[in-house]
Design a protein around this ligand. Sequence first.
Ligand code: PNS
Length: 181
Amino acid sequence: MGGVTIAVSPGSFDPLTLGHVDVIQRARKVFDEVIVAVAVNSTKKPLLSLEQRLEIARTALAGLEGVRVEPVDGLLVDFCQQVGANAVVKGLRGGADFDDELPMALMNRHLVGVETMFIVGDQSLAHIASSLVKDVARHGGRIDDLVPRGVAEKVFDALNVQNAHGHFDAARAAQNNGRPS
Ligand code: PNS
């Protein structure tokens, strides 16, 4: 690879977790620039708005030189071409992640020839998934040690809004958050 090397690290980031931050930091050791690509239209219905997901990621990653956060609308491969990415980078926690990622990697290569590189994250973070973080929070568990500083409150606030529709016990969650339950 000649010149500046650029990786695109895509995801829903609903919300960004400590596992994501670990993988992004590791990617930055390999590439000159890492662009964290926040999907505008995730196939999963996000809890957090695009603006919230972007703000969380930008705040949490602000101290990392060579890392920036951008929204991605439409096909990831179009974004990769626009920014001149050398590769897509995704983190792997285990075999199930690989099974999910392989078809996307092959499809993205089929579409424009972009390569996907996988980074194995810190094993101590391998249990952290955005979906599990939301589920733990939804049931009143502690999540502040799974996400960057200030993110837990935003997740609880968003669940509070959902509570208006009867899905969430906000009082119990607020009582438990930040303390072992
Ligand atoms: O964090 P996620 O939800 O596993 O990330 C999935 C994501 C956002 C990387 C994937 O859905 C994606 O690339 N979406 C953009 C639209 C696109 O390019 N779809 C075809 C992927 S093969």
